[in-house]
Design a protein around this ligand. Structure first.
Ligand code: HEM
Length: 509
């Protein structure tokens, strides 16, 4: 963060502190100070910023260390907000089902419009829009998943065939070298884009895709600051990239695209019913969906590919499972022909699914947020309750669960079959001898749970199927282990600290 921004935030904080100073129960060695029924409060010495910098550097370690001192529930002062962390996974169900006193949407309803550049949805001038837009999420699930999956398959095959497989006979193709993140990003970004928004009228691909990806990256790099509510006008380049991407979705452009998903067609129709929305406002909604659909899917694809390529036995087992499922349907795979895997075939790939779940477990660092609507006593389990103040944030941080050695033996290790038991998906995970209701939460929880989760898993499965079927894959010699960059903790899937060099060659089958 630049010194100017820190100074601005500091000044803002002083004003906020003077206007609405608060006292909490602060822990001293001799005991507690303040309201006893409130969780202990952890504050920093910098006004307003509080513990934001320490938390931002490595949220998982920060919470683990503070849990040792303060127990399973504590409040942390972060960038002007009071965030109460619930660290005991047996308390999660009570938070996830909590009724009118905890609002799931207030935080995202406030932050998303300024980040993506559309007017707030909860707005008298836009009656019903919030509810209707929420309803469109159903078009990513259930029966709608079939057509989406077929379309993804075609688009992935198109990008693979034109960019990586080519028409040459396999014997003539030697090893090619690539950067793994860049590879996943170029394939998944474009295939997702084509599946959701469609293709231009007179071509099978959008010629501006490279530019769009570059602008997306520039915007996404500053995403943590935007979510922290730093005004975008202070980030000139980020604003320019966002404007370019929004302009790509202007109605006169989108109306020329074909093969657009039912999900986006419904959203176009809906947005058109509101005269008070300008064209750029409508376009900004489509841009927000682009971010939601690729910002996490790309890094998960990377981690799954990286772990499989780094573990050749796991890769071979998963590849064999895919070949077996194809064979069961009467398909003898050949790298000279295009392949299709339908939704029911993808559902049978349980080892592949387990490898993806394991990659999600190792790389996901999202935060689940609810905002208290009034001062009230929050029941945590049969015995415990804590006092919560109106406006406070109640937060679950599932990375603590994903990395708990009591739940997952050797939690830092990738085990591709961790989510398989007796030839089926494993759903029994225990802590303190008790079965957990929630043990893997990369997609959030409750009513704000990711509506694109089934589509995302199918898409990642399809990507990995094509990769493993068509290519021999290896890490480049001397390539060292990459790690997850914790600086985006709280925002979803972590990215790698550095890209990884790998080589790939068309398989001779
Ligand atoms: C592996 C990939 C993905 C991961 C890990 C992921 C994760 C998440 C998470 C953690 C949330 C917030 C949940 C909460 O606040 O509790 C979310 C929300 C959302 N996701 Fe995903 N997501 C993925 C892929 C997708 C895809 C492919 C789409 C769309 C095509 C999508 C669309 C959305 C939308 C629209 C929301 C906002 C929902 C709302 O406003 O209630 N996501 N996602």
């Amino acid at each position: 963060m630049s010194p100017l921004l820190l100074l601005l935030l500091g000044l803002l904080s002083l004003i906020v502190c003077v206007l609405r100073g608060r006292r909490r129960s602060v822990r001293f060695d001799s005991g507690w100070f303040g309201r006893e029924d409130e969780p202990p409060l952890i504050t920093g010495w910098i006004p307003f910023i509080g513990k934001a910098l320490e938390f931002g550097r490595d949220a998982h370690t920060f919470l683990k260390e503070h849990r040792k001192t303060f127990g399973d529930i504590f409040t942390v002062h972060i960038a002007g907000k009071y965030m109460t962390f619930i660290m005991d996974p047996f308390m999660y169900p009570n938070i996830i089902k909590h009724g009118r006193q905890l609002d799931f949407h207030q935080f995202s309803d406030k932050v998303a419009p300024s980040t993506f550049g559309y007017p707030p949805l909860v707005n008298r001038k836009l009656p019903g829009l919030h509810t209707e837009m929420f309803r469109t999420f159903q078009l990513l699930q259930g029966d709608n998943l079939g057509p989406l999956t077929e379309s993804t398959m075609g688009n992935l095959m198109l990008v693979f065939r034109q960019d990586h497989i080519g028409e040459a006979p396999s014997a003539e193709r030697g090893w090619l070298s690539g950067s793994m993140y860049e590879f996943c990003n170029s394939v998944m970004f474009e295939a997702t884009f084509l599946t959701i928004y469609g293709k231009p009228a007179s071509a099978s691909r959008h010629s501006e895709m490279g530019g769009l990806r570059a602008d997306f990256l520039r915007f996404d790099n500053m995403f943590p600051l935007l979510i922290a509510q730093v005004p975008i006008r202070l980030l000139r380049q980020t604003k320019a990239s966002r404007d370019k991407m929004i302009n790509y979705f202007l109605p006169h452009r989108m109306s020329c695209w074909s093969n657009t998903s039912q999900f986006i067609r419904r959203r176009l129709e809906l947005l058109d019913q509101y005269d008070s929305l300008r064209d750029v406002d409508k376009a900004a909604h489509h841009f927000a969906i682009l971010w939601a659909s690729v910002a996490n899917t790309v890094p998960v694809s990377f981690w799954a590919m990286y772990y499989l390529v780094s573990n050749p036995e796991a890769l071979e087992a998963v590849r064999q499972e895919i070949l077996d499922v194809l064979k069961l349907s009467g398909v003898d795979f050949s790298s000279t022909k295009d392949v299709t895997l339908h939704k029911d075939q993808l559902d049978k790939l349980i080892y592949l699914e387990s490898a993806i779940s394991e990659s999600l477990r190792l790389s996901s660092a999202s935060i689940n947020i609810r905002v208290a609507q009034e001062d009230f006593s929050l029941r945590l389990d049969g015995e415990r309750s804590v006092a919560v103040r109106k406006g406070d944030i109640i937060a679950l941080y599932p990375q603590s669960l994903h990395m708990d050695p009591e739940i997952y033996e050797e939690p830092q290790t990738f085990r591709f079959d961790r989510f398989i038991q007796d030839g089926r998906e494993k759903t029994d995970f225990y802590k303190d001898g008790q079965k957990l209701k929630y043990y893997l939460m990369p997609f959030g929880s409750g009513s704000t749970m990711c509506p694109g989760r089934y589509f995302a898993i199918n898409e990642i499965k399809q990507f990995l199927c094509l990769l493993l079927l068509y290519f021999d894959l290896q890490l480049e010699d001397g390539e060292t282990k990459t790690t997850a960059d914790s600086s985006r903790a709280g925002l979803g899937i972590l990215q790698p600290t550095a890209d990884v060099r790998f080589r790939y060659r068309l398989r001779t089958v």
